[in-house]
Ligand binder design. Structure first.
Ligand code: OAD
Length: 260
């Protein structure tokens, strides 16, 4: 596990990131599980603490797992809802809201926790769905659960047909939502500055967006306590937690270093 909170903030890198952001007109954020880590929500791939170190995706996050044991799958998602409701958005999520007040900024996230929106971000594309949304596995019924419902543990039943509801999440072996993919593709094509925050850049097709921006003309800032496959190819790296780096970047912009 990387101890993000112990890492030292590099003020040169903060100023460099602020400079790149101030020069940009279209900013895109590509976020992953790491931005929510300090809300108390485990990431997926970190040794010891990552969810996939403790649980098997095949048992919990696939259509086959749901068909085999819906109660087990639902219990896992209810547990994760509880963590999300308890943690809420952190300083990293809030800093992106501040940034969007003065910059044109669109967030493309692999996260299903809804914490960008809970912080107040309005322009968010979710590539892997949302843990609070549910859809019937039989009919067209959909609903959004309220945060107060995070306490349950039983499988959810459809109010229309009585069949099982499932979390509206992209499971292993399923396709990403077409509209979200198209929105993300356009946003990435239009971006002149991209912040890659808290993702291991290992899960495709989401990681393909990172590959695209690193190969393209946009400037790229990575915020991640650990190195990733693209770390060597970005314009600026902040090797600290998102909740430390993002407020510092916003403060540098506000202080006029550089001015905006
Ligand atoms: P990963 O768990 O693969 O990677 C999390 C990244 O966050 C790692 O690179 C960490 O170093 C970094 N990190 C940890 N703490 C951080 C902090 N405080 N601030 C910033 N970064 C931090 O998560 P993702 O890349 O998001 O898919 O995983 C992608 C997908 O894999 C998920 O959306 C999920 C999973 O299977 C589905 O469930 C469909």
């Amino acid at each position: 596990m990387t101890d993000a909170t112990d890492a030292v903030l590099d003020s040169v890198a903060v100023d460099r990131a602020a400079e790149l952001i101030a020069q940009a007109t279209n900013i895109v954020v590509l976020s992953g599980a790491g931005i929510s880590a300090e809300s108390g929500i485990p990431t997926f791939r970190e040794a010891q603490t990552g969810l996939w170190a403790r649980f098997s995706p095949a048992d919990l996050a696939s259509p086959e797992a749901f068909a085999r044991d819906p109660a087990r799958v639902w219990a896992w998602y209810h547990w994760r809802r509880t963590l999300i409701a308890r943690g809420g958005p952190n300083a990293g999520h809030h800093a992106l809201v501040s940034l969007a007040a003065t910059q044109h900024l669109h967030i493309i996230t692999q996260n299903v926790d809804g914490l960008h929106q809970a912080a107040g971000s309005a322009s968010v594309t979710e590539l892997h769905g949302n843990i609070w949304r549910e859809r019937c596995s039989n009919c067209a019924h959909r609903r959004t659960a309220r945060i107060a419902e995070a306490q349950g543990d039983a499988p959810v039943r459809c109010a229309d047909c009585g069949d099982l509801m499932r979390p509206d999440i992209v499971w292993f072996g399923e396709h990403l939502p077409t509209r979200a993919l198209a929105t993300a593709e356009q946003a990435v094509a239009d971006a002149d500055c991209v912040l890659v925050i808290g993702t291991s850049n290992q899960v495709y097709p989401a990681a393909a967006f990172v590959d695209t921006v690193v190969a393209g003309k946009a400037t790229v800032i990575e915020i991640n306590p650990a190195r990733t496959p693209v770390s060597g190819d970005v314009d600026c790296c902040l090797r600290v937690s998102a909740s430390l780096a993002l407020p510092a970047i916003v403060a540098a912009l506000d202080a006029g270093q550089p001015s905006r």
